[in-house]
Design a protein around this ligand. Structure first.
Ligand code: SAH
Ligand code: DHB
Ligand code: MG
Length: 225
């Protein structure tokens, strides 16, 4: 009988891939260790997912990025590394103490000049961004409170343009999308966002399931038509 050790195997393979292929630099590593030291939850994207965000920013030729959910800035730094030197990233974070740790991390990583952190509930910040009539965002990463995922998706489309790339984290949520009663807080919002991605004529989308250090989850990729 083959022993079933899937979870630890997934994480061991992720660590191997991180070492051999992904190569997070010291600025990125600092974002993870400083968050742990500050007692923040270890819910940043996995390194291989962070590198995917960077490469997607580059592949899409993005110059203006919007992030919803900063934490300690790990995904922020990855995406900022994919931007040209005069590119810009606005990231929305509810908790001032998270924003403070993230500010120090993006600065230490050498990408601080590209990054603006907006503190507050994202649903209050997004209309402010709209009122500032800035250039449309080329790339949007949604990774905050899952209840609001449908609203964030709508805002991403409104603040984007045809061709904008939208990535949403945590869309599988340990399979809770099939059993939303397992998590009444987060699963319904995730499920609604997935239905919008599948049905709203303004976007075309897919989802990649993921496993590893962050458990069983998924990354949705949507293109604004
Ligand atoms: N994108 C980060 C992880 C984000 S974790 C990374 O991969 O490195 C989710 C973050 O969203 C937390 O810091 C949390 O405080 C923040 N958040 C939760 N609700 C929010 C809201 N309503 N508006 C803005 N940020 C919110
Ligand atoms: C949680 C949030 C995330 O964005 C994530 O990737 C994992 C977990 C959470 O709120 O528990
Ligand atoms: Mg997440």
């Amino acid at each position: 009988m083959i022993e079933h050790k899937a979870e630890s195997n997934w994480t061991a393979v992720e660590d191997f891939l991180t070492d051999v292929v992904v190569h997070p630099d010291p600025g990125l590593q600092r974002a993870v260790t400083s968050a742990a030291a500050a007692g923040m939850p270890g819910i940043e994207v996995a390194p291989n997912a962070g590198k995917l965000l960077k490469l997607l920013v580059q592949l899409s030729g993005s110059r203006n990025v919007l992030e919803i959910g900063t934490l300690a800035g790990f995904s922020t730094i990855w995406m900022a590394q994919g931007l040209p030197d005069d590119g810009r990233l606005v990231t929305c974070e509810y908790l001032p103490r998270h924003a403070k740790v993230a500010r120090a991390n993006v600065d230490a990583a050498g990408v601080g000049h590209k990054v603006e952190i907006r503190v507050g509930a994202a649903l209050e910040t997004l209309p402010v961004l709209e009122s500032e009539s800035r250039e449309p965002f080329d790339f949007v990463f949604i990774d905050a409170d899952k209840e609001n995922d449908p609203h964030y998706l709508d805002w991403a489309i409104r603040l984007g343009r045809p061709g904008t790339t939208i990535v949403m984290d945590n869309v599988v949520w340990e399979g809770a999308v099939l059993e939303p009663e397992l998590d009444n807080v987060n699963a319904p919002g995730i499920l609604d966002a997935l239905h919008i991605m599948g049905e709203d004529p303004r976007v075309d989308a897919t989802v990649i399931q993921t496993v590893g250090s962050k458990g069983w989850d998924g990354f949705a990729l949507a293109l604004v038509r």
